[in-house]
Design a protein around this ligand. Structure first.
Ligand code: EPZ
Length: 397
């Protein structure tokens, strides 16, 4: 059954999670057969990822939310640099291509500029599979005889975990990856790989993977929890209630627990979650972190919400060094937010008109949410960042 949200008498289907679908598309290159992914929305990041694999010779059909990938044949070994630089997740095709072709040369990935976004953990992990790597403007790799790994990640990076688990599923022998990320999107990728025949066992933050041949599969990803949180914050900004149907509470557990501290009432009953907003919300403190801590992707929306709450709220960002680019923009239209190192101190303020500039996907969405509470219309430059993660947002929101 699909997951939905109901707000102001509108019923909206929650799309499959972007951050599950991107690594799944990369992992589909490990399958010499067909991959079907359901409930996929036409996001810019997904379309760019598909353009990258189409140029490699992979067959793709994408209509009505149904994505069909056939990676039986890959006949071009040079991923298009211009496209690769458009999104961070493009680098996740490096491992699968090495497995398929033994040799790969790929440009360094791009993506939202929210921090240094290194790839050292990916490369260190790939080297343990006996991959030789040369790094300059491009990353060149050779992987003749992959060996299984026993690896402890220095940091539970989401992307590195996804990259290394995917490769380990097809490397003969037993690999072990500890201190791994366990974000819901990582576990969803694991479920996808299992549906294609992978042998993966998880205990806490450790994954044990026995190499196997992967086969064709059909998979429905989890609902997008960041999309869902965007709508919940929209409702709270309007001091209105919102209902989620067939949505697993744990996907947004720390977010829901924080909302309770704000005074929001959350009723969970048989897969239905009622989020009931009081007239006045209380100021809050949040600290972002790896799952199950508060998700960094929701932090910018909470800053906008804090502007509507009397008292001082604090947001501490621990994942990315540069995820406050939207703050100066909010201050330009009347917000009262101070940046102190990796903390934001946010006081109640009335937002007015002006011009703001989007700098990354979630930060630009935060500016868009600000328009819901501002007393005058304002101009958002670079609003196209939002298309990376939301389809038809202007119509829907
Ligand atoms: C994923 O990015 C998501 N992107 C991000 O969502 C999300 O914010 C992030 O995980 C954290 O949850 C996708 O899934 C496509 P990381 P990823 O590797 O994989 C450092 C959105 O808006 N690091 O866990 O890039 C890195 O610099 C996006 O939808 C290294 O130092 O996240 C960062 O500070 C934005 N070396 C921290 O780890 C590495 O080799 C977390 O990065 C890899 C990462």
């Amino acid at each position: 059954m699909e997951s939905k949200l109901i707000f102001e008498d509108k019923e909206i289907i929650i799309p499959g999670a972007k951050n599950s679908i991107l690594p799944i598309i990369a992992a589909s290159l490990l399958i010499r057969g067909k991959t079907e992914i359901k409930n996929v929305s036409k996001l810019e990041d997904i379309q760019n990822m598909l353009k990258i694999i189409i140029k490699l010779g992979v067959k793709v059909e994408f209509s009505n939310g149904n994505l069909l990938i056939n990676a039986s044949k890959i006949n071009n070994l040079n991923p298009d640099s211009k496209l690769v630089k458009k999104l961070r997740a493009s680098f996740l095709i490096f491992g699968p291509l090495l497995f398929r072709n033994k040799q790969v040369k790929i440009a360094k990935p791009g993506g939202c500029s929210i921090g240094s976004r290194k790839i050292d953990l990916h490369l260190k992990g790939l080297k343990s599979f006996s991959c030789s790597i040369e790094e300059n403007d491009f990353i060149k790799g050779n992987l003749l005889n992959p060996v299984p790994v026993n690896l402890e990640l220095d940091y539970p990076s989401v992307g590195a975990t996804e990259h290394l688990i995917s490769l380990a599923t097809v490397v003969p022998g037993i690999s072990k990856l500890s201190n791994a990320a366990i974000e819901p999107e990582v576990l969803d990728l694991v479920e996808f790989l299992k549906s294609a025949g992978a042998n993966i066992k998880q205990k806490g933050t450790t994954f044990v993977i026995k190499g196997a041949d992967l086969h064709s599969t059909s998979f429905t990803p989890i609902p997008d929890r960041i999309f869902t949180a965007t709508w919940i914050v929209t409702a709270l900004l309007k001091r209105k209630n919102i209902q989620l149907i067939n949505f697993n509470y744990d996907l947004l557990g720390s977010f829901f627990e924080t909302l309770k501290e704000l005074g929001v009432l959350i009723e969970v009953n048989n897969g239905i979650i009622n989020i009931i907003c009081p007239k006045e919300l209380k100021p809050f403190y949040i600290k972002t972190g790896s799952f199950p801590a508060f998700p960094t992707d929701i932090q910018p929306f909470m800053a906008v919400l804090a502007c509507t709450i009397k008292g001082k709220s604090i947001i501490e960002e621990t994942i990315f060094e540069n995820r406050f680019a939207y703050v100066n923009e909010l201050n330009k239209i009347g917000a009262n937010i101070k940046i102190e190192g990796n903390r934001l101190i946010i006081n109640y303020s009335k937002l007015t008109g002006g011009t703001v500039i989007g700098k990354d996907l979630r930060g630009t969405m935060a500016l868009y949410l600000a328009s819901l509470i501002s007393s005058k219309p304002f101009i958002i430059k670079n609003k196209n960042y939002i298309n990376r993660g939301y389809e038809n947002f202007e119509v829907e929101l």
